[in-house]
Design a protein. Sequence first.
Lengths: 233, 576
Amino acid sequence: MKKTLEIFRYNPEKDEKPYFKTYEVEVYEGMTLLDALNHIRWEQDGTLTYRRSCRSAICGSCAMKINGKTYLACKTQMMDIKSDHVKVEPLPGYEVIKDLVVDMDNFFDKLKRVKPYHITHTPPPEKERLQSPEDFHYINEAADCILCGACVSACPSAWADKEYLGPAALLKAYKFCADTRDEGADERLAIVNDRNGVWRCHYTANCMDACPKDIKITDFIARLRNMLVQDKL
Amino acid sequence: MELEKTYHKYDVIIVGAGLAGERAALAAASSNLKTAVITKVYPTRSHSGGAQGGISAAIGNVDPEDSLEAHMWDTVKGSDFLGDQDAIELFVEEAIKTIYEYEHMGVPFSRLPNGKIAQRPFGGHTYRRACYSADKTGHVLLHTLYEQCVKHQVSFYNEFLVLSLMLTDGQASGIVAWDLRNGGLHIFRTKAVLFATGGYGRAYKITSNALSNTGDGLATVLEAGLPVEDLEFVQFHPTGYYRQGILVTEGARGEGGHLLNGEGDRFMKKYAPERMELGPRDLVARSIWTEILEGRGIDGKDYVYLDLTHLGAEKIMERLPQIRDLAISFVGVDPIKDPIPIQPTAHYSMGGIPTNKRGEVIKDAQNTVVPGFYAAGEAACVSIHGANRLGTNSLQEASTFGRIAGNNMTEYARKADFLPVDEKAIKRAEDKVRRLLENDGKTHHYDYKKELQQTMYDKVWIFRNEKDLKEAASIVKGLEEDFMKNVKIDDKGMLFNLDLQEALEVHNLLTFSQIIIAGAINRKESRGAHYRTDYPKRDDKNWTKHTLAWRAEDGSIKFDYKPVVITKYQPTERKY
């Protein structure tokens, strides 16, 4: 079976403006969209540029827009795409560097703003700090995040407000604040308690739809808000 | 063509941002050294994150009878007596410290009802020793170390590709790298360099490795005139998803998964009657491949089943959620209902850049140190794993030796000075890039990679013999010669040139693959992951030694051998 890929192309070194280029690929069982992109790069057009590494949905490199929806190229089976025509675009909401490669620097800079590291003041015990399986569960899902940037890309609040911390950074903040071993919640909550922080989220839940790891990001942002409200009571 | 050059100066430079590189960076940065990490990807995209099942340490939370001696013995036996026992002894001791250090950094470990870190069984380990976080252990360790690096203000150069190592009067003086995003050469001058550039699984067609795992550090070291160690030892992981080769954690067997052949038989009872599916990886991979070769694959094809259905939905969802998700995505199978089709896949590089147990790179069989040059993790060969690594020992090795090498590098850099640049290394780097950008060849770099990977799969795989290996040697040598004359890249631009990057990587693959093959031809015995059908027995008298290999400028390979360090355990027959 053949499928047509219509791929966003833009090389600012030589193109005045972006355009779409069409390629045809023979699809086989098990072929992912990343395999299809590799096939094009390796057999048809070596100038096609995108990010990729692990092929197993854990490194977070290959988030892109596939027939209008944000997903990981490596986790998308070509056979599962209902249409024979596959439109591939870079992650929306980021500046394009070249073809499907976008500038992620701002995404990572925002993460850094929420003190994204374990904070403790009491000296550690000789062995591990204890934590119940239930308390581990409380942070386990948030720890699934692969920092692919799909959530920010899908978020209308992030489109409207470039200063908004965005779902990924807030999820990170949640992961630490909800960790029974962490003692830095006050510092972090003070940062996210801002009109560019948790209060900018309008619960559209687009981020949850976009998340390739199915993390309930909106729920976790709500829990962050609850922590702030409880703080005030 | 003039390539733009930018100069930098840092106290220490680390190449690679997986567990070993980030842990070393943390050691230097937390001692207030000006520290830079250069990485081909973004740090959290490094392939340490692909590790799933666990990280070993004899902390005895589940099996209190576990001990340092037991962990050491399992590792020595697993290595088929090629591991250096002084390094292994240090490793198992420091492993415990590493686990508590990670826990104190906030790693979310799965827990026991009493609140302690949970531990699961793993192949070749006598006790339940694998600390884990569901089935994403490498991922959470990698992200935690990145968070700590952010806290300690490590400078990251993301999407930079190492091109050459600078040595000035035999001492490490820096590296030269390519800025993928903007184009241009970057010369990093430094007092000490650490390579944590990962493994070389991409030499093979079927591999669990990321597309990035092209052994760039190895090729760079060889080009600088330094040796590599034991490259012929490539670990084939028993369970990769059929066709893609993507990893299915050994933790799936640790949790009770069964291997079934086309006759529905739990065939491991023939090969490892005691340990069954939890035999060491070399043995289990060979057993699967034997079943396939003898026509007992599923429907006579080149795969068998990993059956988890009897574990039940609850256990699978709790302990192996990612495995289930990937099985649905990649092979269209829900492991709660149906067995997963799997095949062995090239997974881990036991060999690498030779180091001593301080993480210092050595340059000959007398263990002479290259001052200022360090290596750690899968890129290095200490050697903990010898001829076959045990599962969960790699996350531990990367972490523990990342710290040890990082600490020793820090101590060294405090006393050292910057050296003049190595002009030859700069020219070597410049030539590599220019040759590709200016060459008007006719063969795309992928054609070389495709033939290399097929050759390695056909002739340098789980079962090897002299005839196949010699053919492979001749094919790959020919590929490299042709590559140098006729290679073509489509993209000649400066901006994010992935085509250029991949061509550079293909040359790296061609460079060190010849050493894998030559080392395998020389080693006329079967040990661990290196199995010769024409020499099916281990030969302790002649081959209890490490391979060291150098590459001359004309591409010829020179060998020397280094004795294995044996302290407590004399080689004995290995049974599971």
